[in-house]
Design a protein around this ligand. Structure first.
Ligand code: BEZ
Length: 389
């Protein structure tokens, strides 16, 4: 090869490199969510919410184009390391967003801590993630499992005047921590949890447990199920006839995004959550209108959490003038964010979890109607988190 040819090839390689760098002005977002299984609809709502906010900003956050990478995590904790590394090692994402299932999120958080990638959790409530396992680069736009469940415990004892309760849930972090949170609130106000019933995730064979509830005769039942499992549980509870004598409560996952499938079986149910239909603040009205227009369906809490994950990232990127590589400044912006959420404005706790209102809701028609604030500005205790604000 003569020297002119060699120089031409070298210039072409440099140009290609230069273009590559220009393309890197984008921010790479890795969405790791369930696209299959009992939590598939929840994953889709989070993705819709996230993309809706980005689209409202013209496809850019902090002035940077957003490029998406996606992996179906199947709500399978055993596959979490491999799936997360597809995004972090292979695709080299700048920001990791996911997921629904607490066990999968624990696996994601380990890789986030080891690699330092900015990680936003748009649902999974595992208390530990913003407790003893909290980290500078890990944020949550959703809730801890303790938050809505604790609120329900207070309401069940104080407002509903129940003295005894049975809890029932899938036996993994989300269910166990929700049952613990309920017990804490309920027993602090004079109630007593007389039995904790569990079954493995995502099992939906509830019959023998419903028979047990019937013989225990508690004043109330508190249940943690979500997605397809929540649809089945609420219908089975109603069909068993138990609902006539023993009211069923839960964190709002029991009736959020599920009402069309649950029909009359959910009618009148009370739940607690950091979102309700028709909160009627201007942000919520605009959000619900855009979401309905774009996806031809009403949003739910999962869509809100996805939307707010994008808002949180925007706060960080704006603070760093769009420079995602300036990680400390992005993180500082996220820590200081006051998110104008459809749920109402919220701030980040020192452990990077929303400090937020917990609403009491009642199922009326196809909506979780807001009955008012059950606990205002509830902050997770974040036991064991060493971060400081
Ligand atoms: C969880 O695994 O943390 C979870 C899943 C669905 C709804 C709420 C929490």
């Amino acid at each position: 090869m003569n020297n002119v040819k060699k120089a031409t090839i070298a210039t072409a390689i440099m140009l290609a490199g230069g273009l590559g760098q220009a393309a890197q002005a984008e921010v790479k977002v890795g969405l790791m969510l369930p696209a299959t299984g009992t939590y598939a609809a929840l994953g889709k709502a989070i993705e819709n919410g996230f993309k809706l906010y980005v689209e409202e900003q013209g496809g850019k956050l902090g002035g940077q184009q957003i490029q998406y990478f996606a992996v179906d995590d199947e709500s399978d904790p055993a596959k979490a390391p491999e799936n997360t590394n597809r995004l972090v090692q292979r695709d080299k994402v700048d920001v990791l967003v996911g997921t629904v299932h607490s066990g999968v999120a624990m696996g994601m958080a380990k890789i986030a801590r080891d690699s330092g990638v900015i990680y936003i959790i748009p649902n999974a409530g595992a208390d530990m993630l913003t407790g003893p396992l909290c980290a500078k680069n890990i944020f949550r736009s959703s809730f801890t499992n303790w938050q809505p469940a604790y609120g329900m415990g207070i309401v069940a004892a104080e407002k509903q005047k129940h003295k005894t309760a049975v809890t029932i849930n899938w036996k993994y972090a989300a269910g166990t921590e929700a049952a613990d949170g309920f017990r804490e609130g309920f027993e602090a106000k004079g109630g007593k949890v007389i039995k904790e019933l569990t079954l493995p995730f995502p099992n939906v064979e509830f019959q023998s447990l419903l028979t047990e509830i019937s013989s225990l005769k508690p004043d109330a039942v508190f249940a943690f199920f979500a997605g397809g499992g929540a649809v089945k549980f609420v219908k089975d509870y109603d069909a068993s006839g138990l609902r006539k004598t023993i009211p069923l409560y839960g964190p709002g996952f029991l009736t959020d995004g599920t009402l069309a499938a649950q029909g009359d079986a959910a009618k009148g149910m009370l739940t607690t959550l950091h979102y309700a239909d028709e909160l009627n603040n201007p942000k919520d009205k605009a959000f619900r209108k855009h979401y309905q227009e774009k996806f031809s369906m009403e949003p739910d809490v999962y869509a809100v959490q996805g939307y707010d994950a994008a808002q949180l990232l925007a706060a960080g990127l704006n603070h760093a003038k769009g420079d995602i590589k300036n990680k400390d400044t992005v993180i500082e912006g996220m820590e200081q964010a006051k998110v104008d959420s459809p749920r109402g404005p919220f701030t980040m706790s020192k452990a990077h979890n929303p400090v937020q209102n917990i609403y009491l809701r009642e199922v009326v028609g196809n909506h979780n109607k807001n009955l008012g604030i059950a606990v205002a500005n509830l902050e997770d205790p974040a036991k064991g988190c060493k971060l400081s604000k």
